[in-house]
Design a protein around this ligand. Structure first.
Ligand code: SF4
Length: 344
């Protein structure tokens, strides 16, 4: 934790740098997590906000931007994903973007206030020659003074090390859902495959970004199961993206019943309680939540958003709308730029 004085601040703004991976306070049972999810709403929000204020400065929202650097044509069959080659979603496959294209996009994101730049590629598992190319992209992003993040599919340990050597700060690899529901969502890779990639990333010294998706037709116990899995990773992830399913026509989950917005807020609140030092990120599906529910999510402990009008291939609130919402809530852009100094 360090303290800096913001340019226009009248008192110090305390910023937390999770220098070391957060320690896991103990294993959580699915039952214990379910008990938290079922708390009366006011009690749950009070507990989440208390934990949040113990570990993070208030009104500190991280802005991250996500770019699809290699789109579509993926051989996996994740039931929520428009980039799977198995589903007819209208997404056109594109090859890996050039260093120049990615640099331009990262510059634009930085100018718009983003502090971390995430690059996504729709691979099942990158080949070594793909890793070499992505390493060039990572070096370009780092050269702009931004944190770098990548999500490229399954990694072997030497590939994770090569990405780390290129300067990669974060690797995103989601668990998606509880182990018991996972087979209903994807059957081209196993839950253990995902855990193995996370272990390789952790061993290479890269910070872990790992979360899941709700609103995929799962039962409440599966939400508890996902949260328990995340919290029981040793150590738990530094970043935890929580997605609300974007129901894309052509995917098997296109007709799933949407999650109740207040249940979504509950998931955010419990993620905050279980993983106090993690950045809990509002990710896909934010556009459909609307401002009041997003405000409740911030109150529940979310302190990161994906920023920019597109998330890989699905929509996101535009940057101006996000700035208006942050202003309305008193999360000033000054504080965002203080956060940017922290990461520079
Ligand atoms: S989520 Fe990733 S691995 Fe799954 S189909 Fe989409 S791009 Fe492929």
């Amino acid at each position: 934790m360090i303290e800096v004085l913001g340019k226009e601040a009248v008192r110090p703004v305390t910023l937390h740098r999770p220098a070391a991976a957060p320690a896991n306070p103990g294993r959580w049972s699915v039952e214990a997590v379910q008990t938290l999810l079922d708390l009366p709403f006011d009690e749950l929000m009070f507990r989440a906000q208390t934990v949040h204020r113990e570990h993070w400065p208030v009104r500190d929202i991280e802005l991250a931007t996500l770019l699809s650097v290699k789109t579509g044509g993926c051989p996996e069959n994740c039931g929520y994903c428009p980039q799977s080659a198995e589903f007819d979603t209208g997404v056109k496959a594109q090859k890996l973007m050039s260093v120049e294209e990615v640099t331009q996009a990262a510059l634009a994101a930085r100018d718009a206030g983003a502090t971390r730049f995430c690059m996504g590629a729709a691979w099942r598992a990158p080949k070594d020659r793909d890793i070499e190319k992505v390493a060039e992209l990572i070096r370009a992003v780092k050269g702009l003074g931004m944190q770098s993040c990548a999500t490229l599919g399954m990694l072997e340990s030497h590939q994770a090390q090569a990405l780390r050597d290129a300067g990669l700060d974060y690797y995103n690899h989601n668990l998606d859902t509880a182990p018991e529901y996972y087979g209903d969502i994807v059957d081209t890779r196993t839950y253990q495959d995902r855990l193995d990639t996370l272990a390789h990333v952790r061993s290479a010294g890269i910070s872990v970004c790992c979360g899941g998706i709700v609103g995929m037709g799962e039962a409440p116990v599966h939400r508890a199961g996902l949260l328990a899995q995340l919290a029981n990773l040793e150590p738990y992830p530094e970043s935890v993206p929580i997605n609300s399913l974007v129901r894309v026509p052509g995917t098997p989950l296109a007709d799933s019943d949407p999650i109740d917005p207040l249940d979504f807020v509950r998931v955010i609140a419990v993620a905050r309680i279980l993983m106090p030092k993690a950045r809990v990120r509002l990710s896909a599906g934010r556009q459909q939540l609307g401002e009041p529910v997003q405000a409740l999510c911030f109150l529940a402990g979310a302190n990161s958003i994906f920023y920019g009008d597109k998330l890989l291939v699905t929509g996101n609130p535009d940057a101006d709308a996000d700035r208006r919402l942050l202003d309305k809530l008193g999360y000033s852009t000054r504080q965002v730029s203080v956060q940017q100094e922290e990461h520079a």
